[in-house]
Design a binder for this molecule. Structure first.
Ligand code: FAD
Length: 512
Protein backbone atom coordinates (compact mmCIF):
# COMPACT_ATOMS: atom_id res chain seq x y z
CA UNK A 1 0.00 0.00 0.00
CA UNK A 2 1.68 3.30 -1.05
CA UNK A 3 2.30 5.72 1.81
CA UNK A 4 1.71 9.45 1.85
CA UNK A 5 4.52 11.94 2.37
CA UNK A 6 3.22 12.59 5.91
CA UNK A 7 3.46 8.89 6.68
CA UNK A 8 7.20 8.70 5.86
CA UNK A 9 8.03 11.80 7.89
CA UNK A 10 9.41 9.83 10.87
CA UNK A 11 10.85 6.84 9.01
CA UNK A 12 12.50 8.72 6.11
CA UNK A 13 13.00 12.29 7.36
CA UNK A 14 15.56 13.41 4.75
CA UNK A 15 13.43 12.13 1.87
CA UNK A 16 10.31 13.62 3.42
CA UNK A 17 11.95 17.04 3.68
CA UNK A 18 13.26 17.01 0.11
CA UNK A 19 10.10 15.68 -1.55
CA UNK A 20 7.90 18.07 0.44
CA UNK A 21 9.81 20.95 -1.11
CA UNK A 22 9.12 19.90 -4.72
CA UNK A 23 5.94 20.52 -6.63
CA UNK A 24 4.29 17.14 -7.14
CA UNK A 25 6.33 15.50 -4.36
CA UNK A 26 3.48 13.11 -3.55
CA UNK A 27 3.14 12.11 -7.22
CA UNK A 28 6.85 11.31 -7.39
CA UNK A 29 6.57 9.30 -4.17
CA UNK A 30 3.63 7.34 -5.60
CA UNK A 31 5.65 6.58 -8.71
CA UNK A 32 8.59 5.47 -6.59
CA UNK A 33 6.35 3.08 -4.67
CA UNK A 34 5.04 1.76 -7.98
CA UNK A 35 8.57 0.83 -9.09
CA UNK A 36 9.41 -0.54 -5.64
CA UNK A 37 6.51 -2.97 -6.13
CA UNK A 38 9.09 -4.93 -8.16
CA UNK A 39 10.46 -6.50 -4.96
CA UNK A 40 7.01 -7.77 -3.95
CA UNK A 41 6.16 -8.96 -7.47
CA UNK A 42 9.34 -11.05 -7.51
CA UNK A 43 8.14 -12.93 -4.43
CA UNK A 44 4.54 -13.25 -5.64
CA UNK A 45 2.92 -15.93 -7.81
CA UNK A 46 3.96 -16.15 -11.46
CA UNK A 47 1.77 -13.81 -13.53
CA UNK A 48 -0.26 -15.47 -16.26
CA UNK A 49 -0.84 -12.74 -18.80
CA UNK A 50 -0.27 -14.64 -22.05
CA UNK A 51 -3.51 -16.56 -22.44
CA UNK A 52 -4.94 -18.86 -25.11
CA UNK A 53 -7.50 -17.53 -27.58
CA UNK A 54 -10.17 -19.66 -25.90
CA UNK A 55 -9.92 -17.50 -22.74
CA UNK A 56 -11.04 -14.30 -24.53
CA UNK A 57 -14.38 -13.25 -22.97
CA UNK A 58 -17.22 -13.77 -25.44
CA UNK A 59 -18.49 -10.21 -24.91
CA UNK A 60 -15.09 -8.59 -25.67
CA UNK A 61 -15.37 -6.00 -28.44
CA UNK A 62 -12.28 -4.85 -30.26
CA UNK A 63 -11.74 -1.06 -30.16
CA UNK A 64 -9.03 -0.90 -32.83
CA UNK A 65 -6.71 -2.90 -35.04
CA UNK A 66 -2.96 -2.25 -35.42
CA UNK A 67 0.17 -3.82 -36.89
CA UNK A 68 1.90 -3.29 -33.56
CA UNK A 69 0.62 -2.55 -30.06
CA UNK A 70 3.29 -1.31 -27.65
CA UNK A 71 2.60 -1.81 -23.92
CA UNK A 72 4.71 0.89 -22.19
CA UNK A 73 5.37 4.42 -23.40
CA UNK A 74 9.03 5.31 -22.72
CA UNK A 75 11.76 3.83 -24.96
CA UNK A 76 8.94 2.28 -27.01
CA UNK A 77 8.34 5.68 -28.56
CA UNK A 78 11.71 5.61 -30.35
CA UNK A 79 10.89 2.23 -31.88
CA UNK A 80 7.25 3.06 -32.56
CA UNK A 81 8.26 6.38 -34.15
CA UNK A 82 10.41 4.55 -36.71
CA UNK A 83 7.84 1.81 -37.36
CA UNK A 84 5.10 4.39 -37.91
CA UNK A 85 7.08 7.17 -39.61
CA UNK A 86 9.64 5.26 -41.69
CA UNK A 87 7.95 1.89 -42.25
CA UNK A 88 4.36 3.18 -42.38
CA UNK A 89 3.09 0.57 -39.95
CA UNK A 90 0.09 1.59 -37.88
CA UNK A 91 0.95 1.41 -34.21
CA UNK A 92 -0.71 1.94 -30.85
CA UNK A 93 1.30 2.89 -27.76
CA UNK A 94 -0.38 2.58 -24.36
CA UNK A 95 1.08 3.59 -21.03
CA UNK A 96 -0.49 3.32 -17.63
CA UNK A 97 0.96 6.73 -16.78
CA UNK A 98 1.87 9.59 -19.11
CA UNK A 99 3.68 8.39 -22.27
CA UNK A 100 6.95 10.20 -23.07
CA UNK A 101 7.47 11.23 -19.43
CA UNK A 102 10.41 9.41 -17.91
CA UNK A 103 11.67 9.26 -14.34
CA UNK A 104 15.23 9.50 -15.70
CA UNK A 105 17.55 11.68 -17.74
CA UNK A 106 20.12 10.30 -20.13
CA UNK A 107 23.74 10.70 -21.15
CA UNK A 108 25.23 9.62 -24.42
CA UNK A 109 27.77 10.90 -26.96
CA UNK A 110 26.64 12.87 -30.00
CA UNK A 111 27.87 10.34 -32.55
CA UNK A 112 25.71 7.60 -31.05
CA UNK A 113 22.59 9.72 -31.49
CA UNK A 114 23.18 9.64 -35.24
CA UNK A 115 21.33 6.31 -35.26
CA UNK A 116 18.14 8.28 -34.66
CA UNK A 117 18.84 10.04 -37.98
CA UNK A 118 19.81 6.82 -39.79
CA UNK A 119 16.40 5.35 -39.01
CA UNK A 120 14.69 8.46 -40.38
CA UNK A 121 13.17 9.20 -36.97
CA UNK A 122 14.85 12.54 -36.21
CA UNK A 123 16.59 15.28 -38.16
CA UNK A 124 19.99 16.49 -37.02
CA UNK A 125 18.55 19.70 -35.64
CA UNK A 126 15.83 17.81 -33.75
CA UNK A 127 18.54 15.70 -32.10
CA UNK A 128 20.58 18.77 -31.23
CA UNK A 129 17.53 20.39 -29.66
CA UNK A 130 17.33 17.54 -27.12
CA UNK A 131 20.95 18.00 -25.95
CA UNK A 132 20.88 20.32 -22.96
CA UNK A 133 24.62 20.30 -22.24
CA UNK A 134 27.89 19.08 -23.70
CA UNK A 135 30.97 18.54 -21.54
CA UNK A 136 34.66 18.79 -22.37
CA UNK A 137 35.41 15.35 -20.93
CA UNK A 138 34.34 12.83 -18.35
CA UNK A 139 36.19 10.97 -15.60
CA UNK A 140 35.98 7.95 -13.33
CA UNK A 141 37.52 7.67 -9.87
CA UNK A 142 37.31 5.13 -7.02
CA UNK A 143 38.11 5.92 -3.39
CA UNK A 144 41.46 5.06 -1.83
CA UNK A 145 41.91 5.89 1.87
CA UNK A 146 45.42 7.28 1.25
CA UNK A 147 44.26 9.54 -1.59
CA UNK A 148 46.21 7.56 -4.24
CA UNK A 149 43.20 6.98 -6.50
CA UNK A 150 43.66 7.16 -10.24
CA UNK A 151 41.36 9.60 -12.04
CA UNK A 152 40.71 8.18 -15.49
CA UNK A 153 39.81 10.97 -17.90
CA UNK A 154 38.14 10.28 -21.24
CA UNK A 155 36.75 12.27 -24.13
CA UNK A 156 33.73 11.70 -26.36
CA UNK A 157 32.09 9.32 -23.86
CA UNK A 158 28.65 10.05 -22.37
CA UNK A 159 29.44 13.72 -22.93
CA UNK A 160 25.97 14.93 -23.93
CA UNK A 161 23.14 15.36 -21.44
CA UNK A 162 19.86 14.60 -23.17
CA UNK A 163 16.49 15.91 -22.05
CA UNK A 164 14.72 12.53 -22.02
CA UNK A 165 11.20 13.97 -22.02
CA UNK A 166 11.97 16.26 -24.97
CA UNK A 167 13.49 13.42 -26.98
CA UNK A 168 10.56 11.12 -26.24
CA UNK A 169 8.10 13.97 -26.82
CA UNK A 170 9.39 14.51 -30.37
CA UNK A 171 9.13 10.77 -31.06
CA UNK A 172 5.59 10.76 -29.68
CA UNK A 173 4.62 13.60 -32.03
CA UNK A 174 5.97 11.57 -34.96
CA UNK A 175 3.79 8.61 -33.96
CA UNK A 176 0.75 10.85 -33.64
CA UNK A 177 1.46 12.45 -37.03
CA UNK A 178 1.36 9.03 -38.74
CA UNK A 179 -2.08 8.21 -40.10
CA UNK A 180 -3.69 5.30 -38.27
CA UNK A 181 -1.38 5.42 -35.24
CA UNK A 182 -2.23 6.46 -31.69
CA UNK A 183 -0.79 6.99 -28.21
CA UNK A 184 -3.03 6.55 -25.16
CA UNK A 185 -2.20 7.72 -21.62
CA UNK A 186 -3.59 6.10 -18.48
CA UNK A 187 -4.16 2.79 -20.21
CA UNK A 188 -2.69 -0.34 -18.56
CA UNK A 189 -1.79 -3.62 -20.18
CA UNK A 190 -3.73 -6.38 -18.41
CA UNK A 191 -3.21 -9.53 -20.49
CA UNK A 192 -3.32 -10.85 -24.05
CA UNK A 193 -5.06 -13.66 -25.91
CA UNK A 194 -3.13 -15.38 -28.66
CA UNK A 195 -4.77 -16.52 -31.90
CA UNK A 196 -2.88 -18.24 -34.75
CA UNK A 197 -2.91 -15.10 -36.94
CA UNK A 198 -3.23 -12.23 -34.45
CA UNK A 199 -3.24 -11.34 -30.79
CA UNK A 200 -5.87 -9.47 -28.76
CA UNK A 201 -4.50 -7.20 -26.05
CA UNK A 202 -6.65 -6.40 -23.05
CA UNK A 203 -6.02 -3.01 -21.48
CA UNK A 204 -7.86 -1.00 -18.84
CA UNK A 205 -8.23 2.74 -18.36
CA UNK A 206 -7.75 4.54 -15.02
CA UNK A 207 -11.29 3.63 -13.96
CA UNK A 208 -10.65 -0.04 -14.75
CA UNK A 209 -12.82 -0.07 -17.86
CA UNK A 210 -11.47 -2.73 -20.27
CA UNK A 211 -10.51 -2.02 -23.89
CA UNK A 212 -9.42 -4.70 -26.36
CA UNK A 213 -7.07 -4.11 -29.29
CA UNK A 214 -6.23 -6.52 -32.07
CA UNK A 215 -2.65 -6.56 -33.32
CA UNK A 216 -0.23 -8.65 -35.37
CA UNK A 217 2.52 -8.30 -32.76
CA UNK A 218 2.46 -7.18 -29.13
CA UNK A 219 5.61 -5.26 -28.21
CA UNK A 220 6.35 -5.45 -24.48
CA UNK A 221 8.20 -2.33 -23.35
CA UNK A 222 6.93 -2.23 -19.76
CA UNK A 223 10.35 -2.03 -18.14
CA UNK A 224 11.45 -4.10 -15.14
CA UNK A 225 7.86 -4.55 -13.96
CA UNK A 226 6.82 -6.33 -17.17
CA UNK A 227 4.53 -9.25 -16.26
CA UNK A 228 5.24 -10.75 -19.69
CA UNK A 229 9.00 -10.87 -18.99
CA UNK A 230 8.19 -12.33 -15.59
CA UNK A 231 6.00 -15.09 -17.09
CA UNK A 232 8.37 -15.94 -19.96
CA UNK A 233 11.39 -16.07 -17.62
CA UNK A 234 9.62 -18.12 -14.97
CA UNK A 235 9.71 -15.47 -12.25
CA UNK A 236 13.42 -14.61 -12.70
CA UNK A 237 13.49 -11.81 -15.30
CA UNK A 238 16.71 -10.32 -13.88
CA UNK A 239 19.72 -11.82 -12.11
CA UNK A 240 21.24 -8.51 -11.00
CA UNK A 241 19.98 -5.03 -10.38
CA UNK A 242 21.30 -1.56 -9.91
CA UNK A 243 18.85 0.51 -7.82
CA UNK A 244 19.45 4.15 -8.76
CA UNK A 245 18.15 7.40 -7.29
CA UNK A 246 19.07 11.04 -7.75
CA UNK A 247 17.96 14.53 -8.53
CA UNK A 248 18.10 17.25 -11.10
CA UNK A 249 18.95 20.14 -8.78
CA UNK A 250 20.72 23.49 -8.68
CA UNK A 251 22.68 25.39 -6.05
CA UNK A 252 25.66 23.08 -5.40
CA UNK A 253 28.80 24.81 -4.13
CA UNK A 254 31.29 22.49 -5.86
CA UNK A 255 29.72 21.32 -9.13
CA UNK A 256 31.99 21.28 -12.19
CA UNK A 257 29.98 22.28 -15.27
CA UNK A 258 32.69 21.31 -17.77
CA UNK A 259 33.10 17.63 -16.92
CA UNK A 260 30.89 14.59 -16.47
CA UNK A 261 31.65 12.43 -13.43
CA UNK A 262 30.83 9.00 -14.82
CA UNK A 263 31.55 6.78 -11.80
CA UNK A 264 32.78 8.11 -8.46
CA UNK A 265 33.03 6.53 -5.03
CA UNK A 266 33.76 8.58 -1.94
CA UNK A 267 34.22 5.86 0.66
CA UNK A 268 34.51 2.12 1.34
CA UNK A 269 31.49 -0.20 1.28
CA UNK A 270 28.51 0.81 3.36
CA UNK A 271 27.94 -1.91 5.96
CA UNK A 272 24.61 -0.65 7.28
CA UNK A 273 22.75 -3.06 5.02
CA UNK A 274 22.98 -6.79 5.63
CA UNK A 275 25.43 -7.93 2.97
CA UNK A 276 26.97 -4.53 2.50
CA UNK A 277 26.98 -2.41 -0.65
CA UNK A 278 29.46 -0.22 -2.47
CA UNK A 279 27.70 3.06 -3.08
CA UNK A 280 28.68 4.88 -6.28
CA UNK A 281 27.90 8.41 -7.45
CA UNK A 282 27.46 9.96 -10.85
CA UNK A 283 27.36 13.70 -11.52
CA UNK A 284 26.53 15.48 -14.76
CA UNK A 285 25.87 19.12 -15.56
CA UNK A 286 22.38 19.59 -16.96
CA UNK A 287 20.54 22.50 -18.52
CA UNK A 288 21.52 26.04 -17.32
CA UNK A 289 22.46 25.93 -13.63
CA UNK A 290 21.04 22.47 -13.14
CA UNK A 291 23.24 19.60 -12.02
CA UNK A 292 22.27 15.93 -12.05
CA UNK A 293 23.51 13.53 -9.36
CA UNK A 294 22.79 9.81 -8.97
CA UNK A 295 23.55 7.34 -6.20
CA UNK A 296 23.45 3.60 -6.92
CA UNK A 297 24.90 0.19 -6.14
CA UNK A 298 25.14 -3.17 -7.90
CA UNK A 299 23.58 -6.21 -6.31
CA UNK A 300 22.25 -9.69 -6.91
CA UNK A 301 18.51 -9.60 -7.32
CA UNK A 302 18.04 -12.04 -4.44
CA UNK A 303 20.60 -10.65 -1.99
CA UNK A 304 19.39 -9.97 1.57
CA UNK A 305 20.16 -6.22 1.24
CA UNK A 306 17.34 -3.68 1.34
CA UNK A 307 17.32 -2.63 -2.32
CA UNK A 308 14.23 -0.44 -2.19
CA UNK A 309 14.42 2.94 -3.91
CA UNK A 310 12.72 4.39 -0.84
CA UNK A 311 15.60 3.42 1.48
CA UNK A 312 18.25 4.40 -1.08
CA UNK A 313 16.67 7.84 -1.52
CA UNK A 314 16.82 8.43 2.24
CA UNK A 315 20.53 7.55 2.12
CA UNK A 316 21.01 9.83 -0.92
CA UNK A 317 19.62 12.92 0.79
CA UNK A 318 21.44 12.08 4.03
CA UNK A 319 24.91 11.75 2.48
CA UNK A 320 24.66 13.95 -0.64
CA UNK A 321 26.97 16.52 1.01
CA UNK A 322 29.81 13.95 1.04
CA UNK A 323 29.76 14.12 -2.77
CA UNK A 324 28.46 17.56 -3.78
CA UNK A 325 27.86 20.30 -1.26
CA UNK A 326 24.35 21.75 -1.41
CA UNK A 327 24.65 25.55 -0.95
CA UNK A 328 22.15 28.02 0.49
CA UNK A 329 20.18 28.15 -2.76
CA UNK A 330 20.08 24.38 -3.20
CA UNK A 331 16.83 23.46 -4.98
CA UNK A 332 15.62 20.06 -6.13
CA UNK A 333 13.81 20.43 -9.47
CA UNK A 334 12.96 16.82 -10.08
CA UNK A 335 13.84 13.43 -8.57
CA UNK A 336 15.08 10.70 -10.92
CA UNK A 337 14.97 7.03 -10.02
CA UNK A 338 14.62 3.49 -11.28
CA UNK A 339 15.88 -0.07 -11.04
CA UNK A 340 18.46 -0.69 -13.75
CA UNK A 341 18.20 -4.37 -14.71
CA UNK A 342 20.85 -6.89 -15.68
CA UNK A 343 20.82 -10.51 -16.74
CA UNK A 344 23.61 -13.05 -16.62
CA UNK A 345 23.33 -15.32 -19.67
CA UNK A 346 24.70 -18.70 -18.65
CA UNK A 347 25.66 -19.85 -22.13
CA UNK A 348 27.47 -19.12 -25.38
CA UNK A 349 24.66 -16.88 -26.52
CA UNK A 350 21.55 -15.13 -25.16
CA UNK A 351 19.75 -17.35 -22.65
CA UNK A 352 17.06 -14.95 -21.49
CA UNK A 353 13.61 -15.23 -23.06
CA UNK A 354 12.82 -12.10 -25.04
CA UNK A 355 10.07 -13.24 -27.38
CA UNK A 356 7.20 -15.62 -27.85
CA UNK A 357 4.87 -16.24 -30.78
CA UNK A 358 3.59 -12.76 -31.79
CA UNK A 359 5.21 -11.15 -28.72
CA UNK A 360 8.55 -9.32 -28.61
CA UNK A 361 10.30 -7.57 -25.71
CA UNK A 362 12.47 -4.45 -25.97
CA UNK A 363 14.11 -2.04 -23.51
CA UNK A 364 14.33 -2.96 -19.84
CA UNK A 365 11.63 -5.61 -20.36
CA UNK A 366 14.26 -7.45 -22.44
CA UNK A 367 17.10 -6.53 -20.01
CA UNK A 368 19.88 -6.92 -22.57
CA UNK A 369 21.83 -3.75 -21.72
CA UNK A 370 24.84 -3.56 -19.43
CA UNK A 371 24.23 -1.76 -16.14
CA UNK A 372 27.90 -0.82 -15.93
CA UNK A 373 28.11 2.05 -18.36
CA UNK A 374 25.36 2.51 -20.88
CA UNK A 375 22.09 0.96 -19.96
CA UNK A 376 18.79 0.56 -21.79
CA UNK A 377 18.73 3.93 -23.53
CA UNK A 378 22.20 3.48 -25.06
CA UNK A 379 21.36 -0.09 -26.03
CA UNK A 380 18.11 0.98 -27.75
CA UNK A 381 19.79 3.84 -29.63
CA UNK A 382 22.70 1.65 -30.75
CA UNK A 383 20.46 -1.14 -31.98
CA UNK A 384 17.46 0.85 -33.24
CA UNK A 385 18.24 0.52 -36.98
CA UNK A 386 18.23 -3.30 -36.91
CA UNK A 387 15.47 -3.64 -34.29
CA UNK A 388 13.14 -1.70 -36.56
CA UNK A 389 14.25 -2.92 -40.02
CA UNK A 390 14.18 -6.57 -38.92
CA UNK A 391 10.72 -6.28 -37.35
CA UNK A 392 9.40 -4.61 -40.50
CA UNK A 393 10.86 -7.48 -42.54
CA UNK A 394 9.26 -10.09 -40.26
CA UNK A 395 5.89 -8.33 -40.62
CA UNK A 396 6.36 -8.27 -44.40
CA UNK A 397 7.17 -11.99 -44.48
CA UNK A 398 4.36 -12.65 -41.99
CA UNK A 399 6.74 -14.83 -39.97
CA UNK A 400 6.01 -13.73 -36.42
CA UNK A 401 6.98 -16.91 -34.62
CA UNK A 402 9.02 -16.96 -31.42
CA UNK A 403 12.02 -18.34 -33.38
CA UNK A 404 11.88 -15.42 -35.81
CA UNK A 405 11.13 -12.66 -33.29
CA UNK A 406 13.82 -13.65 -30.79
CA UNK A 407 16.43 -13.02 -33.48
CA UNK A 408 15.34 -9.36 -33.48
CA UNK A 409 17.17 -8.54 -30.31
CA UNK A 410 19.55 -6.03 -28.80
CA UNK A 411 21.74 -8.89 -27.49
CA UNK A 412 25.39 -8.10 -28.07
CA UNK A 413 28.14 -10.56 -27.16
CA UNK A 414 30.50 -7.87 -25.92
CA UNK A 415 27.82 -6.28 -23.70
CA UNK A 416 26.88 -9.66 -22.21
CA UNK A 417 30.52 -10.45 -21.38
CA UNK A 418 31.16 -6.99 -20.00
CA UNK A 419 28.05 -7.17 -17.84
CA UNK A 420 29.76 -10.03 -15.95
CA UNK A 421 32.13 -7.45 -14.54
CA UNK A 422 29.29 -6.00 -12.48
CA UNK A 423 29.47 -9.15 -10.33
CA UNK A 424 32.83 -7.92 -9.04
CA UNK A 425 31.11 -4.71 -7.99
CA UNK A 426 28.45 -6.50 -5.91
CA UNK A 427 30.01 -6.15 -2.47
CA UNK A 428 29.86 -9.08 -0.07
CA UNK A 429 30.91 -8.48 3.54
CA UNK A 430 31.48 -12.23 4.02
CA UNK A 431 34.36 -12.32 1.54
CA UNK A 432 35.44 -8.75 0.76
CA UNK A 433 37.58 -6.23 2.57
CA UNK A 434 35.61 -2.97 2.97
CA UNK A 435 37.56 -1.26 0.17
CA UNK A 436 37.63 -4.28 -2.18
CA UNK A 437 35.46 -2.87 -4.99
CA UNK A 438 37.35 0.44 -4.93
CA UNK A 439 40.77 -1.26 -4.88
CA UNK A 440 39.86 -3.49 -7.83
CA UNK A 441 38.31 -0.70 -9.86
CA UNK A 442 41.29 1.50 -9.12
CA UNK A 443 43.54 -1.15 -10.68
CA UNK A 444 41.26 -1.28 -13.73
CA UNK A 445 41.56 2.51 -14.04
CA UNK A 446 45.38 2.34 -13.78
CA UNK A 447 45.46 -0.33 -16.51
CA UNK A 448 43.13 1.66 -18.76
CA UNK A 449 45.18 4.79 -18.17
CA UNK A 450 48.30 2.97 -19.42
CA UNK A 451 46.54 1.78 -22.57
CA UNK A 452 45.69 3.98 -25.59
CA UNK A 453 42.50 6.10 -25.15
CA UNK A 454 40.46 3.84 -27.44
CA UNK A 455 40.39 1.15 -24.71
CA UNK A 456 38.67 3.35 -22.16
CA UNK A 457 36.38 4.86 -24.79
CA UNK A 458 35.25 1.50 -26.07
CA UNK A 459 34.78 0.14 -22.55
CA UNK A 460 32.57 3.04 -21.46
CA UNK A 461 30.68 3.12 -24.76
CA UNK A 462 29.91 -0.63 -24.72
CA UNK A 463 31.94 -1.02 -27.91
CA UNK A 464 34.73 -3.18 -26.54
CA UNK A 465 36.36 -5.71 -28.85
CA UNK A 466 37.28 -9.19 -27.65
CA UNK A 467 41.05 -8.70 -27.72
CA UNK A 468 40.69 -5.35 -25.91
CA UNK A 469 38.80 -6.89 -22.98
CA UNK A 470 41.24 -9.80 -22.75
CA UNK A 471 44.18 -7.36 -22.74
CA UNK A 472 42.58 -5.39 -19.89
CA UNK A 473 41.74 -8.54 -17.89
CA UNK A 474 45.25 -9.97 -18.15
CA UNK A 475 46.83 -6.69 -17.11
CA UNK A 476 44.48 -6.31 -14.12
CA UNK A 477 45.14 -9.92 -12.97
CA UNK A 478 48.89 -9.28 -13.25
CA UNK A 479 48.75 -6.11 -11.18
CA UNK A 480 46.13 -7.34 -8.72
CA UNK A 481 46.20 -11.17 -8.31
CA UNK A 482 43.52 -10.91 -5.58
CA UNK A 483 41.05 -10.67 -8.45
CA UNK A 484 41.57 -14.39 -9.19
CA UNK A 485 40.38 -15.38 -5.71
CA UNK A 486 37.54 -12.87 -6.01
CA UNK A 487 36.48 -14.53 -9.26
CA UNK A 488 36.08 -17.82 -7.47
CA UNK A 489 34.31 -16.22 -4.48
CA UNK A 490 32.00 -13.94 -6.39
CA UNK A 491 31.24 -15.89 -9.52
CA UNK A 492 31.64 -19.40 -8.10
CA UNK A 493 32.26 -22.35 -10.43
CA UNK A 494 28.96 -21.98 -12.36
CA UNK A 495 29.43 -18.21 -12.72
CA UNK A 496 33.08 -18.56 -13.80
CA UNK A 497 32.15 -21.20 -16.36
CA UNK A 498 29.28 -18.99 -17.53
CA UNK A 499 31.68 -16.07 -17.96
CA UNK A 500 33.99 -18.33 -20.02
CA UNK A 501 31.03 -19.46 -22.13
CA UNK A 502 30.06 -15.82 -22.75
CA UNK A 503 33.66 -15.08 -23.81
CA UNK A 504 33.78 -18.15 -26.06
CA UNK A 505 30.47 -17.20 -27.68
CA UNK A 506 31.86 -13.73 -28.32
CA UNK A 507 35.21 -15.07 -29.61
CA UNK A 508 33.41 -17.09 -32.28
CA UNK A 509 30.89 -14.39 -33.18
CA UNK A 510 31.23 -12.01 -36.15
CA UNK A 511 31.20 -9.06 -33.69
CA UNK A 512 34.48 -10.00 -32.01
C1 FAD B 1 18.33 7.54 -12.89
C2 FAD B 1 18.58 6.77 -14.14
C3 FAD B 1 19.45 7.26 -15.10
C4 FAD B 1 19.69 6.55 -16.27
N1 FAD B 1 20.59 7.04 -17.19
C5 FAD B 1 20.84 6.33 -18.30
C6 FAD B 1 21.77 6.79 -19.28
O1 FAD B 1 22.41 7.85 -19.11
N2 FAD B 1 21.98 6.06 -20.40
C7 FAD B 1 21.32 4.87 -20.61
O2 FAD B 1 21.55 4.20 -21.60
N3 FAD B 1 20.41 4.42 -19.72
C8 FAD B 1 20.17 5.11 -18.58
N4 FAD B 1 19.28 4.63 -17.66
C9 FAD B 1 18.52 3.41 -17.99
C10 FAD B 1 17.31 3.80 -18.85
O3 FAD B 1 16.63 4.87 -18.27
C11 FAD B 1 16.37 2.63 -19.03
O4 FAD B 1 17.08 1.57 -19.61
C12 FAD B 1 15.18 3.01 -19.87
O5 FAD B 1 14.40 3.99 -19.23
C13 FAD B 1 14.31 1.80 -20.13
O6 FAD B 1 13.17 2.21 -20.82
P1 FAD B 1 11.92 1.26 -20.97
O7 FAD B 1 10.95 1.98 -21.81
O8 FAD B 1 12.37 -0.08 -21.39
O9 FAD B 1 11.38 1.06 -19.47
P2 FAD B 1 10.84 2.17 -18.48
O10 FAD B 1 11.62 3.43 -18.60
O11 FAD B 1 10.75 1.51 -17.16
O12 FAD B 1 9.38 2.47 -19.01
C14 FAD B 1 8.37 1.50 -18.91
C15 FAD B 1 7.05 2.18 -19.20
O13 FAD B 1 6.04 1.18 -19.17
C16 FAD B 1 4.93 1.66 -18.45
N5 FAD B 1 4.22 0.51 -17.91
C17 FAD B 1 4.63 -0.36 -16.95
N6 FAD B 1 3.71 -1.30 -16.74
C18 FAD B 1 2.70 -1.04 -17.59
C19 FAD B 1 1.43 -1.66 -17.86
N7 FAD B 1 1.03 -2.75 -17.19
N8 FAD B 1 0.65 -1.13 -18.81
C20 FAD B 1 1.02 -0.02 -19.50
N9 FAD B 1 2.20 0.63 -19.27
C21 FAD B 1 3.01 0.12 -18.34
C22 FAD B 1 5.52 2.58 -17.40
O14 FAD B 1 4.57 3.53 -16.95
C23 FAD B 1 6.69 3.22 -18.15
O15 FAD B 1 6.30 4.40 -18.82
C24 FAD B 1 19.03 5.32 -16.48
C25 FAD B 1 18.16 4.82 -15.52
C26 FAD B 1 17.95 5.53 -14.34
C27 FAD B 1 17.04 4.94 -13.31
Amino acid sequence: MPLSLAEIRETHPALYKAFSSIADGQRHLDHLFEIDRYWEVLKGPLPEVILPASALPSDATVSGEYDLVYAGGTLSLLHAGVMAGTYRRNVLVVDRREPAKSTRDWNISRKELDNLMLTGLFTGSEIDSTIVRRYKAGWVEFYKPDGSQKRLVMENVLDCAVDADRLLGIAKEKVLASPGSAVIAGMSFICCYRFPDHIVVKTADREGKPFYYRTRVLVDVMGVLSPIAMQLNKGMPQTHVCPTVGTIASGFENADYDHGEILVSTGPADMSSRKGRQLIWEGFPGSGSQYITYLFFYDEVDSPNDKSLLALFETYFRILGEYKKPGRDFTVHRPVFGIIPAYFHDGFNRTREIADDRIILFGDAASLGSPLTFCGFGSMVRNLPRLTADLDRALGENDLSKEKLEKISAYEHNVASMANLMKYMCFNSATDEPNFVNDLMNEVMIVLDDLPPRYRQSMFRDEMKFDELIAVMIRVAWRYPRVLRATFEKLGIPGSLGFLKNLAGWAFSPSR
